[in-house]
Write a protein that binds this ligand. Sequence first.
Ligand SMILES: Nc1nc2c(ncn2[C@@H]2O[C@H](COP(=O)(O)OP(=O)(O)OP(=O)(O)O)[C@@H](O)[C@H]2O)c(=O)[nH]1
Length: 184
Amino acid sequence: MENRRTLAVLGARGVGKSSVVERFCYNRFYDNYNPTIMAMEHVTLKIDGKQYQCDIMDPAGQDDFSTLGPNVTIGVHGYILVFSVRERGSFEMLPGLNSNLLVALSGQKVPTLLVGNQSDCGTNERQVSVEEGKQLGKELKINYVECSAKSGEGVKEVFVTLLRDVNRTIADEVVDEGFKCSIS
Ligand SMILES: Nc1nc2c(ncn2[C@@H]2O[C@H](COP(=O)(O)OP(=O)(O)OP(=O)(O)O)[C@@H](O)[C@H]2O)c(=O)[nH]1
């Protein structure tokens, strides 16, 4: 018997949302870029001695999140807002995305994590500093972490951190079995 958690990964195009999910679920990384329309991955994992079925929604990246449909607002237990530390625009659009999300959720507080991906890049390529990421996290009242889907660094922590937040807000429930892969 597992507890079910549904997460959604939101952010601009090409920041590495699918790559972060792919790294977490399958521990693999692709250098090529294939824009996603909508993907849903399933993984089971154990956190703090309990087994969870995690459904991870990976919708298409957008530059404008003025419309957030029910597919990404209903039944989602936690959000990962991703930007690329190599792409300042993807960082600057997140306050807008966060406030549109709050409106779409009618003010309901859903655990959310701010994630700077592509932390493997060289300092000369970096367009957003760690301090700026933390500062935005403070402004949005959400935690900030960095990761690299390419190297894998920090990726598991992204999901475990968010799932622990989710677990603090919702009770466990019993769900059916039927998922793809498992992480121990
Ligand atoms: N160096 C580096 N490249 C990355 C990283 N994550 C993703 N990429 C690359 O960035 C490109 C876009 O990655 P995707 O995972 O497809 O990005 P996405 O945000 O899902 O894109 P959309 O489907 O358009 O929303 C690909 O070429 C990836 O290989 C990372 O951590 N480091």
